[in-house]
Write a protein that binds this ligand. Sequence first.
Ligand code: UN1
Length: 503
Amino acid sequence: MAVNDILAALDIDLAQWQGNALTARSPRDGATLATLAADTAQDAERKIDAAHAAFAKWRVVPAPLRGEFVRVFGNVLREHKEALGKLVTLEAGKIQSEGLGEVQEMIDICDFAVGLSRQLYGLTIASERPGHRMMETWHPLGVCGVISAFNFPVAVWAWNAALAFVCGDPVVWKPSEKTPLTAIACHALFSKAVREFEKTHPGVVPDGLLQLLIGARDVGAVLTASPKVPLVSATGSVRMGIEVAHVLSKRLARSILELGGNNGMIVAPSADLDLVVRAVTFAAVGTAGQRCTTLRRLIVHRSVADQLLPRLEKAFASVKIGDPLAADTLVGPLIDRASFDAMQSALVQARAEGGEVRGGERVDTGHDDAYYVRPAIVRMPKQTAVVERETFAPILYVLVYDHFDEALAVHNAVPQGLSSAIFTNDMREAEQFMSAAGSDCGIVNVNIGTSGAEIGGAFGGEKETGGGRESGSDAWKSYMRRATNTINYSRELPLAQGVKFDV
Ligand code: UN1
């Protein structure tokens, strides 16, 4: 299926987006998919203004009706799952089942948001004063800025957008400049949902509820600096997150930051090694190591290392690498040359730090400007500098441990804190790993890998990962403002804390 067929299946007219500022390319073969115009700073301001104007109308639409609109959007996604999934494969290089999986994640979060639209509950609180009642009300917050990364070009936007919409917030979206086409496709599907909804609910969805900013960092900077944007949810590198956090903190705006991960797994002596081999292979090499939840550090007990490592090395050496559109491929390309170079320099450093590298070489597919690699497995003598850093590529560092406390200490001794896992059948170890004195990450798994979280849980992590939470559980609260209401239904005016103030 060529890109034009996919765009036709998605009903997208690219004309309004075309230009010569930005090239959408496919990491599959390096081919140009489209050349696009970029927004200027003025365009960005205008779009933020339009979203801000939409807020005044959207915030007073009853939340369940906002949910009804998100239901329609979810259904439009269902109808176009195949084509959008293929476009993700073309533009981000993910294998087909992962491209489709991403769209499924969008559909799932829409369903979650529809239910949530009737559950934006506040508490009722006992007042210390007679004839008084206290309660909490959750109100829409305002325009929500979303900055997303190339590796989950559609799902992570949807986590934010579906919640923002039911919470009463318009969205201004700045996607990665590496994946503008998938963002344009989402925008087109959103517009289609608006047209559908109009048929039964005319005039409910205001113009400008979703705005798309196409361009590089400069347009993202307009978004983070705008006083009309009270919340920015940003996914990407730690460097980007720190820049965004600085700008937001200067104007005391809210952030949801979802930055680097350097995710570890402990394999204890009692682990089921068959499960470990499957879990490690998917978590470390799936998506060509380009998930923020990718497994990067394996901390194996000495007693099982000699059994496990040859099996893993065999699995890494045999996974099918190649065209992400081919049905049997498991590992597609890296996103671009810079990513390949970063991987190679990490491997050079790993060797210099005493690592024994297997794999990691470029796999030739006949395309000069496409970067396919054999996933690398690297036995390290200890957790050196290169292991402490996140390299966004399929490199799994392996460390051996003797005592559980030592494994835990090594696990937590990195600056990032997104996802983590333990494979054990020892209940004490499993519980300790999940306890206050265990893994310091936002996601802590037992007997499953680090990646592939479901949308129902809150997603995010600690330390350099940024501390934000998106998606399920009560992550919606970040997209709303809380009002604490105290209501006096008595004929007196008692003061709290017993204060007397008689006039
Ligand atoms: C990311 O890589 O930015 O848990 C998000 C996972 C996916 C989301 C990853 N559901 O791997």
